[in-house]
Design a protein around this ligand. Structure first.
Ligand SMILES: Nc1ncnc2c1ncn2[C@@H]1O[C@H](COP(=O)(O)OP(=O)(O)O)[C@@H](O)[C@H]1O
Ligand SMILES: [Mg+2]
Length: 246
């Protein structure tokens, strides 16, 4: 099962990704979390102690796989050994941090993009764990082939107009890419009216709602010990994995 998570900046994508990863791991599932946000914070949310150098910043690896970054570019870099060699592991969760892609001297960010696209495609199409992809709002660098291997997209929304508008845009983009199952997860809900307003303003279903929680804000996903939060996270994980929920 491959689940991608997107939404406006700050809505709680990384928090949700980490909560789902921890819950799934606690159920004995093999979990592979991928931080594909150019501003990676998933390691922190998951409580990884190490400083993790993002893959695209491993210059030697990039050159080895892509050829010289300035000159001739390999379009199909070898990536199938990357998950085993470069993933960090903690409490049953493997983590890969992709990192930010900067434009090169010629104004092109192509080489590292090629690497990331190939790696995402490999992860989504050829691995059999529960893969959780923490994306930025634009769903970059998810190409069509990879998008079609994604089983579900969760768009995180909080009670403000901006995140709802962004969610609608992401939904259209995702449909164009060929993702078939698209759901919203409401976050930072303080009262039932906020959830209703979100539901009324989206054309796709809201499969879960996390309350605004000081524990989540301060302690992050360790707040899974909170019963209400855990219950919601379990519901989201179950619903998203049910093929019948369309
Ligand atoms: N349900 C919640 N209640 C309170 N604070 C939250 C909740 N979810 C996320 N946050 C806080 O909101 C901020 C942004 O969350 P984050 O998961 O990093 O968002 P994103 O990955 O979408 O940018 C963080 O400080 C996080 O602790
Ligand atoms: Mg994030």
């Amino acid at each position: 099962m491959k689940i991608a998570i997107s939404g406006k900046g700050g809505v709680g994508k990384t928090t949700l990704c980490a909560l789902l990863a921890k819950e799934a791991a606690s159920q004995g599932k093999r979990v592979f979390a991928v931080d594909a946000d150019p501003n990676p914070t998933l390691a922190l949310a998951l409580g990884f102690p190490e400083e993790i150098t993002p893959l695209v910043e491993l210059q030697e690896l990039m050159e080895e796989r892509l050829g010289s970054l300035e000159g001739f570019l390999r379009l199909n870099p070898k990536v199938d050994d990357i998950p085993e060699r470069f993933a960090y592991e903690k409490d049953g969760i493997k983590l890969l941090v992709m990192g930010p892609i900067r434009q090169g001297g010629g104004g092109c960010a192509c080489p590292q993009n090629t690497f990331l696209k190939s790696l995402l495609q490999h992860l989504v199409l050829e691995r059999d764990e529960l893969i959780l992809l923490d994306f930025e709002a634009g769903l970059e660098p998810l190409g069509r082939a990879t998008a079609q291997g994604v089983d579900a997209l969760l768009i995180v929304v909080e009670p403000d107009g901006g995140s709802i508008v962004t969610a609608r845009r992401i939904c259209i983009l995702a449909q164009q890419l060929g993702i078939k199952r698209i759901f919203a997860v409401a976050n930072k809900i303080r009262e039932p009216g906020e959830l209703r307003a979100i539901e009324e303003n989206l054309e796709f279903s809201v499969i879960g709602a996390l309350p605004y929680s000081e524990a989540l804000r301060v302690a992050g996903p360790t707040a899974l010990s909170d019963r209400e939060i855990r219950h919601q996270v379990q519901t989201i994980l179950e619903s998203v994995q049910q093929p019948s929920v369309i």
